[in-house]
Design a protein around this ligand. Structure first.
Ligand code: ADP
Ligand code: MG
Length: 697
């Protein structure tokens, strides 16, 4: 009796790799390294690219600059050094009696791919050099002995691991696709497939691994990209309705009296954007389920006052509000701002950070629990389990990008849930805010407060340093203040301190000898840092020599000068944050970045930085240059990675999936309809844990 034949299709898909036809324990071990354990994993192991073999040509058929593939035998390999760290690899390929030379510059490791007499397939754009055809940096596929180049097909290219070649991987996945594609159940109803013009799943699986033509390949890819993004949007939608259904928050409405009482405290008129954000927030806080709002606004756009309004709205209803900042420095600055605005009121403020003594902490916690404190400002110390609030109505997280879809649990208290407001100066590209922050509503501050002067950004030239320092000193004499940012040292905090201190020594005995300088870095004690910030705030210190600790949030409007050293080490977002420190008052700001000639990427970054001061534009171009990066990675947000979708490339499909998900959830709340049962199952399988959808099912 054959046990396999009794298995249902679903069970067959779960067959461990080592029991699959043609595979065994050895291969299984190799595939395991790619996370491939069962038949279904192989089936959904999508190619990362394709090679179009329908473009296979013989050498006499080549035309300059028309991309083609050429198959031939390696005749000669020639690797030479052409300078320090530079090399040129030439590989001569023969097909019948014709030759083509492949060239790689500064990629000596490519040498290992070739063996004289071996057969290879090269793809790229040929060029005629004299009488010989050449290809620079072609794509290479090494063919096994006796293996013919596959003909007339579009070949999938898979991620590999050592011990498995591309042709072997193709055979393995191809054979699984042949025998198992039919076993996979379609998740979409037929009418939905027709409506969205999506390939049915079995076809899509076959076409993605062995496309008949380019169009089929694109359609197959589209189906899976769409499916993946739709599932995510459905998960986000389910979570949103679950929260609205289950979580209860206090209703904290504003009214004319409260509004007037709060506004009276601010030393300036609010901008229209600030008013709009406050209106959004007031509207959210009036409802009986938690606000989940993201307030994004470029550095200096004035988010703090919006936070302040929201907190005072909670206090007006006898609720507490907590404000969490990423650093103690920033938390203390918020306390200063609030204390200034609230000096005539009875609102009670406490600072809660890691640097409190045990006794101070105990007293503060007691007061918080007894409701004797209204506003709690602090760092992560606020989310420790021993912090009990009397009646927490609002939590604000400042300068945070990590507060994604699943991380609010830490602040959940017994009883009612507080409202949440997350603030960030790192503008979030739209596709990201629709996915990682998908269940957050967004308010944006685009305007800067009135009277702001522009910031001028210069890329410093070494032989012009004297001029810059002349200018710097002139501005200090006029009463302005400045920052010197020492190069970023990632390897160790000690080296970083050294770098700041030596910069300080040099300046104090050199260019800025005549001025009052201070040093600020991460290794100082809280008291030290605080004392220095106070001195800088009051103007007693004229210039701070600092590490990028001043990057986030520091607000000293009179500081308008900044020298950044080692600019090539900073990312675009970081540079922009730094620049934000000198664009906060009524005097124009001046930033000069010195960078040692570095990679092309660093050049591009610095160019982009000097070209625009629009943080949203910079964030988009950073996103285009580098993709979502760590901050916005799915992993960082505790979500499973995509198999095929790509948030940079597939922005349009994200929008489409979002619209469709909304529509489906309106038609079938909670996806409770027979025809969506399978989709729902998939959503829960993939996102149930990460998004705490547990009991939606
Ligand atoms: P960020 O959005 O970077 O947190 P802040 O809230 O620190 O910005 O505001 C930057 C500066 O602008 C602060 O000095 C603040 O007092 C000032 N500011 C904010 N809103 C206004 C306004 N409407 N009019 C004038 N100044 C404002
Ligand atoms: Mg701020």
């Amino acid at each position: 009796m054959n046990a396999a034949s009794e298995k249902t299709p679903a069970e067959q898909l779960l067959t461990p790799v080592q029991y699959l036809k043609g595979l065994g324990p050895q291969r299984a071990e190799l595939l395991e390294r790619l996370g491939l354990r069962r038949a279904a994993d192989l089936l959904f192991f999508f190619p990362r690219s394709y090679q179009d073999m329908s473009e296979l040509r013989t050498i006499p058929q080549l035309e300059a600059n028309i991309p083609v593939s050429v198959c031939g035998e390696v005749e000669e390999i020639d690797l030479r050094n052409t300078g320090p760290g530079r090399s040129m690899l030439g590989v001569l390929i023969r097909h019948e009696s014709q030759f083509l030379r492949a060239l790689w510059f500064n990629q000596p490791h490519m040498r290992q791919k070739f063996e004289v007499g071996g057969r290879v397939l090269l793809s790229g754009k040929p060029k005629l050099n004299g009488l010989r055809w050449e290809m620079t940096h072609p794509r290479v596929e090494v063919l096994a002995a006796g293996e013919d180049p596959p003909s007339g097909r579009i070949l999938p290219m898979y991620s590999l691991t050592e011990g498995i070649t591309q042709p072997a991987m193709r055979r393995i996945v191809g054979s699984i696709a042949n025998s198992y594609a039919e076993a996979v159940e379609e998740v979409f109803p037929e009418s939905f497939l027709a409506d969205k013009k999506l390939l049915p799943i079995a076809d899509a699986l076959r076409q993605i691994h062995a496309p008949d033509n380019n169009e089929q390949m694109e359609q197959a890819r589209h189906r899976f990209i769409y499916q993946e993004l739709l599932l995510m949007q459905l998960a986000i939608g389910l979570r949103r309705s679950k929260l609205q259904l289950e979580q209860r928050s206090p209703s904290l409405p504003t009214n004319a009296k409260i509004d007037a009482r709060i506004r009276r405290l601010f030393p300036f008129e609010l901008t229209e954007d600030q008013q709009r954000a406050i209106a959004d927030i007031s509207h959210d806080m009036e409802r009986e389920y938690p606000m989940n709002r993201l307030l994004q606004g470029d550095v200096g756009s004035g988010k703090t006052v919006v936070a302040e309004y929201s907190m005072l709205l909670a206090v007006a209803h006898q609720h507490q509000a907590a404000l969490m900042a990423p650093t103690e420095l920033l938390a203390r600055q918020h306390v200063r701002t609030l204390a200034r605005d609230l000096r005539e009121s009875r609102v009670r403020i406490a600072l809660l950070t890691g640097s409190l003594s045990a006794a101070e902490r105990r007293t503060t916690l007691e007061q918080i629990a007894a409701g004797e404190i209204d506003l709690i400002i602090g760092t992560h110390a606020i989310v420790q389990p021993d912090v009990k609030f009397k009646q927490l109505g609002l939590v604000i997280i400042d300068e945070q990008h990590r507060f994604g879809v699943n991380q609010r649990a830490a602040l959940r208290q017994a009883g009612l849930d507080p409202h949440y407001l997350v603030m960030t100066a790192t503008p979030i590209p739209r596709t990201i805010s629709m996915t990682l922050f998908g269940d957050l509503d967004v308010s944006t501050l685009k305007q800067t407060p009135p009277g702001r002067q522009p910031v001028h950004t210069y890329l410093g030239e070494e032989d012009q340093r004297a001029k810059w320092w002349d200018f710097f000193r002139k501005k200090l004499r006029e009463g302005r203040q400045g920052y010197i940012i020492a190069p970023l040292v990632n390897e160790s905090p000690d080296l970083e301190v050294e770098s700041v201190e030596s910069a300080y020594e040099n300046l104090a005995n050199g260019e800025l000898e005549a001025f009052r300088l201070g040093v600020l870095h991460g290794r100082q004690s809280t008291e030290e840092k605080e004392a220095i910030m106070q001195a800088f705030n009051s103007g007693e210190l004229q210039t701070l020599v600092a590490t990028s600790v001043v990057e986030v949030g520091i607000d000293v409007p009179n500081a308008t000068l900044m020298t950044i050293e080692g600019g090539q080490r900073f990312g675009l977002a970081q540079l922009h944050q730094l620049r934000g420190r000198v664009s906060r008052g009524s005097h124009p700001g001046y930033v000069c970045v010195y960078a040692s000639a570095n990679s092309e990427e660093a050049q591009q970054r610095l160019q982009a930085f000097s070209r625009t001061t629009d943080g949203f534009e910079l964030a988009e171009s950073d996103f285009q240059m580098r993709g979502p990066g760590d901050l916005f990675s799915l992993k960082q947000h505790g979500l499973p990675p995509f198999r095929i979708a790509d948030l940079t490339r597939d922005a349009d499909i994200v929008e489409e999936a979002r619209t469709d998900a909304k529509r489906l959830l309106e038609a079938a709340p909670n996806l409770d309809a027979e025809e969506f049962a399978l989709i729902k199952q998939r959503v829960l399988l993939r996102y149930g844990g990460a998004m705490e959808l547990g009991d939606v099912g």
